[in-house]
Design a protein around this ligand. Structure first.
Ligand code: SAH
Length: 243
């Protein structure tokens, strides 16, 4: 099915899907409840933070977290010493993220702006870009990748995570997580938007990014824990640098 571009305010078409943003806004009040729909994000957070920090050295870096939602990773990166801007196009998660700073005492700058618009405003403004569990919710992931690359200084680091597209990913991420284990609400993920690592690598190259590392993020349903490893067949993380 062709991916559609949805017009937003004004006449210029934008790379967003209002139905996706509405889904995240409707759940936003539960973002920081580690037993809620967002449990998987809480559970994977220490692993991905460590991976990002190991490759990019977050302390003292200027970071932009694209599709930050309620700020689970944004805050963790701020705690690791980064100066973080979190951006999202859903208002309610951003409101929750701002409120949560009062609780955590951390600092982050949360803005309702698209990656594409921020890239025009501040090209080359960041040392690190993170864009996690977001690409599978946008109509044109290649546009997001181009914007992420443009936000980076030369030599800067970009991190992406998303869901692979194959029968196993469908079985685990849609049937397993949404229907059997009920980790996520039904309709959270649209299989057609899942992205194969080869496709992400192609988009990265076309954006001027060089692929450095790829790591699988495996869910072990019996122990209900996650680990990083070779198996990228369902969820995976990618590290690129800007050339
Ligand atoms: N990156 C966060 C949240 C993932 S949930 C984390 O991993 O913890 C996906 C987020 O992407 C939601 O907050 C949703 O509002 C956001 N999103 C979806 N489409 C977007 C778009 N076009 N631009 C910016 N954010 C978007």
């Amino acid at each position: 099915m062709p991916r559609t571009v949805v017009p937003t305010s004004g006449l210029k078409p934008s790379n967003l899907d209002p139905a996706e943003l509405a889904k995240f806004s409707a759940l936003a009040h539960r973002w920081w409840d580690s037993q809620s729909e967002f449990k998987p994000l809480h559970d994977i957070n220490p692993l991905r933070l460590e991976w990002i920090d190991a490759h990019a050295g977050l302390s003292g870096k200027r970071v932009v977290d694209v599709g930050c939602g309620g700020g689970i990773l944004t805050e963790a990166m701020a705690r690791a010493g980064a100066q973080v801007t979190g951006i999202d196009l859903a208002e309610k998660p951003l409101g929750v993220a701002r409120l949560h700073l009062l609780e955590s005492g951390l600092q982050a700058d949360y803005r309702l702006v698209s990656a594409e618009a921020l890239a025009e405003e501040e090209p080359g403004g960041f040392d690190v870009v993170t864009c996690m569990e977001m690409l599978e919710h946008v109509p044109q992931p290649e546009s997001t990748l181009r914007a992420c690359a443009a936000l980076l200084k030369p030599g800067g680091h970009a991190f992406f995570s998303t869901l692979n597209r194959n029968p196993k990913a469908y079985a685990m991420a849609v049937i397993g997580a949404e229907y059997v284990l009920r980790l996520l609400p039904r309709g959270t993920h649209d299989y057609e938007r899942f992205i194969k690592p080869s496709e992400l690598a192609r988009m990265a190259r076309a954006s001027g990014l060089t692929l450095q590392h790829l790591s699988g993020l495996q869910y072990r349903p019996i122990s209900r824990t996650y680990r990083l490893g070779q198996d990228a067949s369902v969820n995976y993380l990618v590290h690129c640098t800007r050339t």
